[in-house]
Design a binder for this molecule. Structure first.
Ligand code: GCV
Length: 714
């Protein structure tokens, strides 16, 4: 019996079937498998000098020790003796000789950056993690742990890493009743009922995960805001979260309901120019900062999709934003004012409306206002050209808003790695100041010399055990953070880091999964929105295809408004002969898309109305190309299933099985998108689906009558 037990214990660590539920995300700190590498790591890191008692340094030290003890499978010693230490960390308390030797690097590190440097100190090889601030040290610790987790050599390190953006945020669209708008991973992680007294370990682990990728702020509440969060009882709860996140360098922000002075303040108006309204907000800011001295500020969705705003009182967006900005300025907070506006009373192409409303306001916002712009002008579609506001408001710091939650990209069940989508937008050239005026340079402030800069992602996090529901959803959270730290990182590098840390360092596994991830966004575009189609999803919950919808009250809510299919062709003419949305771009940027013949075909139907028999670059007609792309998309999901099946022996059974089931759903839904869209568009094209493709196994009527009254996230 004893021997049996021994055999069992001996083999336990190598069993691949040990279940992993994904809770630890990319901070699993698995032991180094390779004995030689383990030896080098152990030699390099045997005694650590890491003084300091601030809460941030304590958090950093705790993380470092936890990570090292697991990765190196031994208890690494902390020491106060500089003569024996070979890993030395610190900011203010860094020994002066080390500080002096890193002077020029530290001069560049700023308030959040860090230096990791291999040094020879008193004839001994040492690794130094240094920064000007405690939070810089924390980021340095996470970077160092990442090097070890991804099994990088550490014998000759010279790293200087500085975030390119000041504000690196997650926007939670979480409601106070714990439902999450467009959330597909359960309910909100904020348990408002048990706050402020109960601090769930999840809050701490959330902060750790965020800090590890450089995120330094989170908006706790939905932009479709509820004024209740501004009442004293709720502010106490917000304070508890702020206290929990502070050791990890994370500030809290809230969404502001513009009509709060009426709803919870008892005023008759929320007019931003009214003295009593201004006073109400000033008092509210004072109250908030008395509780949370480092409160970050507010995000505001105003006069958009039914939300109240300054226009209710005949005032402009700038009037509204500036009133809040003035009230928060004494506390150094900021206002993030969203540019996601469109109105059914404006007869113009929805694509153009934000630009038309906001460009005239350029230069009219206070210094502590940022205008937050979605990556594209419609709404987080699988593929959109960059928003024309980027580069068009040089006097205003513009902040990027990406959507990490996959509202229009397969929601909680499709494996779609979003870094390529984020990068596509960031790398787009606005030409606003000549060639190379990329969106990235607009938002990092370098193009127009702005002090404030930022990027936010609408979070995909919920209370599911693995945070994001789909194990690969974590990769998108990870990518958002890494790109907000450094938008020059490649999608490939980010994917590789994430795979190695979240699964393992097996070279073949990393290679196969990386390939699948890097292809996944393009594959999803093919089976959902090929050739520039957009906004053809179902109404309300946005789950599944419904290009046939054309009876909704507001024209721009109808898919038919966007594809405009008829017997002649399909697509939205946004050229000069149509809505001329293209006219909002600089001519050099518009050039990519303005001519139907040379237009980048990924955007063809976005900008052009195209006859069904138009010859595509492939030589196929447009109709045949649509058939090809939809089918190729489905085939490629099958390829992804195949890639994943081959990884069975490489990872834990639980996550293997989970992803397997999710890929099965993705395959089914890709077929659904293909069949529904092709059958519907065929009613206009009147052309056959070429015989070499699978025939739809259901009728159009079948797809049209499908209903999902309880689809999540709505
Ligand atoms: C928070 C889209 C979504 C809405 C969301 C809105 C926005 O319209 O479907 O759920 O509301 O964008 O970004 O404000």
């Amino acid at each position: 019996m004893k021997r049996l037990l021994l055999v069992f214990i001996l083999f336990l660590p190598v069993l691949k079937t040990v279940a992993e539920n994904g809770y630890d995300c990319w901070l699993r700190y698995t032991p180094v498998e390779n004995k030689q590498l383990l030896q080098t790591y152990k030699q390099a890191i045997s005694a650590i000098q890491f003084p300091g008692t601030t809460e941030i340094l304590q958090a950093a030290r705790k993380e470092l020790m936890k990570g090292l003890n697991r990765i190196l499978q031994s208890n690494v010693a902390l020491t106060n003796d500089p003569a024996s230490a070979n890993l030395i960390l610190g900011a203010a308390m860094l020994p002066t000789d080390i500080k002096a030797s890193l002077k020029s690097e530290l001069a560049k590190a700023g308030t959040e950056g860090f230096v990791i440097s291999s040094q020879s100190i008193h004839q001994r090889k040492c690794i130094v993690i240094a920064a000007n601030t405690d939070v810089g040290v924390l980021y340095g610790v996470f970077h160092f742990l990442r090097l070890l987790q991804t099994r990088q050599p550490v014998n000759s390190l010279q790293v200087l890493s500085v975030p390119r953006l000041k504000l690196r945020l997650l926007n939670h669209w979480d409601n106070l009743n714990r439902t999450v708008e467009r959330g597909y991973a359960g309910f909100s992680i904020w348990n408002w009922h048990t706050l402020p007294d109960y601090i769930d370990q999840r809050y701490i682990d959330y902060a750790r995960a965020n800090a590890s990728i450089g995120i330094n702020g989170c908006v706790l509440t939905n932009v479709n805001a509820n004024a209740t969060v501004l009442t004293r009882a709720y502010l106490e709860k917000v304070k508890a979260l702020a206290n929990t996140f502070r050791p990890y360098g994370i500030k809290v922000y809230l969404s502001a309901r513009f009509s709060a002075p009426v709803e919870i303040g008892g005023l008759k108006t929320a007019d931003p120019l009214d003295g009593a309204v201004k006073q109400w907000w000033t008092d509210k800011m004072n109250e908030i900062y008395s509780l949370i001295p480092d409160f970050g500020g507010f995000i505001v969705k105003a006069n958009s999709e039914g939300q109240p705003g300054p226009q209710n009182y005949g005032r402009t967006h700038a009037d509204g934003a500036n009133m809040l900005a003035d009230a928060i300025a004494p506390h150094h907070g900021i206002i993030m004012w969203r540019a996601f506006v469109y109105s059914n009373e404006v007869p113009d192409d929805r694509h153009k409306q934000a630009f038309s409303e906001f460009v005239p306001l350029d230069g009219k916002f206070r210094d502590n206002v940022m205008v937050q712009v979605k990556n594209g002008a419609i709404d987080f579609m699988p593929r959109e050209p960059f928003h024309p506001l980027f580069g068009a408001m040089p006097k205003t710091p513009l902040m990027m808003e990406f959507q990490v939650t996959q509202e229009y990209l397969g929601q909680g069940t499709h494996l779609v790695y979003l870094a390529p989508l984020f990068k596509e937008c960031l790398d787009s050239d606005t030409w606003s100041k000549g060639k190379g005026s990329t969106v990235a340079k607009v938002i990092d402030g370098s193009l127009d010399n702005h002090e404030l800069s930022g990027l936010a992602g609408v979070a995909n996090i919920g209370n599911d055990i693995d945070w994001t529901g789909h194990p690969f959803g974590q990769a998108n959270w990870y990518a958002l953070g890494r790109l907000s730290w450094d938008h020059a990182l490649s999608s490939e590098q980010i994917a590789e880091e994430w795979i190695r840390m979240s699964f393992n360092n097996d070279i073949d596994f990393v290679k196969a999964v990386k390939k699948m991830m890097l292809s996944s966004r393009e594959i999803m575009v093919k089976y959902m929105n090929p050739v520039g189609l957009h906004h053809i999803m179902a109404t309300g919950h946005h789950y599944g295809p419904a290009p046939w919808v054309s009876n909704l009250q507001r024209p721009e809510w109808n898919p038919a408004y966007y594809h405009k299919a008829d017997s002649m062709g399909i697509g939205f003419n946004r050229t000069v002969t149509g809505s001329n949305a293209l006219g909002q771009y600089k001519p050099e940027a518009a050039k990519l898309w303005e001519d139907i013949v040379t237009c980048d075909e990924k955007y063809l139907l976005w900008f052009h109305r195209v006859p069904w028999d138009h010859t595509m670059k492939s030589g196929r007609t447009l109709w045949d190309e649509l058939c090809y792309q939809y089918n190729n998309g489905v085939d490629s999901v099958r390829w992804m299933q195949n890639v994943w099946e081959k990884q069975k022996s490489k990872i834990d059974e639980q996550r293997y099985h989970q992803v397997n089931m999710l890929l099965n759903i993705q395959e089914k839904e890709a077929v659904w998108w293909r069949n529904a869209c092709l059958l519907y568009f065929q009613t206009f094209s009147k052309r056959p689906i070429p015989a070499n493709y699978e025939k739809p196994d259901q009728t159009l009527e079948y797809y049209e009558q499908l209903k999902f009254p309880f689809a999540p996230g709505n």
